[in-house]
Ligand binder design. Structure first.
Ligand code: HEC
Length: 120
């Protein structure tokens, strides 16, 4: 009888150990950007600001509301020669500013600058 319960205990314990599940936190994957057509400032970039930035940047410089965002950003906050050094890319991608863009949004902003930061 005693052997029986020890055996049962071992079975239960091993179930407990096997039952442990590990959830790994994976870095956010960046879906590939559709390069077949140019990134549109009006439909792909400005909406990012509306979603994440304009609670402050409707007043705070640079103003990022759709009507003035382009004029505020280009050329002051973009560097088409070295796109990755553009402030409108580095500041919201850094994680040390008030709001952070997602990896996808960050990639979109960089791609838009790389394509010449067009007002399209
Ligand atoms: C909670 C308010 C707040 C939010 C939200 C916010 N910002 Fe800002 N932002 C500021 C303030 C205040 C400054 C000026 C002082 C500073 O640079 O910290 C600023 C400055 C900036 C600058 C200029 C930095 C420089 O060095 O000249 C950029 C670019 C910028 N923000 C982009 C963004 C973007 C893009 C978003 C959205 C993803 C965003 N901010 C969201 C408050 C905010």
């Amino acid at each position: 009888m005693k052997k029986h319960s020890i055996f049962l205990l071992i079975v239960l314990l091993s179930l407990f150990v096997v039952g442990c599940k590990y959830d790994f936190i994976l870095p956010e994957e960046v879906p590939p950007i559709d390069n077949s057509k140019p990134i549109s400032f009006a439909t792909q970039i400005a909406p990012i600001f509306a979603e994440k930035c304009n609670s402050c940047h409707n007043n705070q410089s640079p103003k990022l509301t759709a009507d003035v965002a382009y004029a505020q950003l280009v050329p002051s906050y973009v560097n088409t020669g070295t796109p990755a050094s553009s402030k409108i890319y580095t500041v919201p991608s850094s994680g040390s500013h008030y709001a952070k863009v997602s990896a996808t949004q960050s990639a979109l902003i960089l791609a838009w600058i790389t394509e010449g930061a067009k007002n399209n």
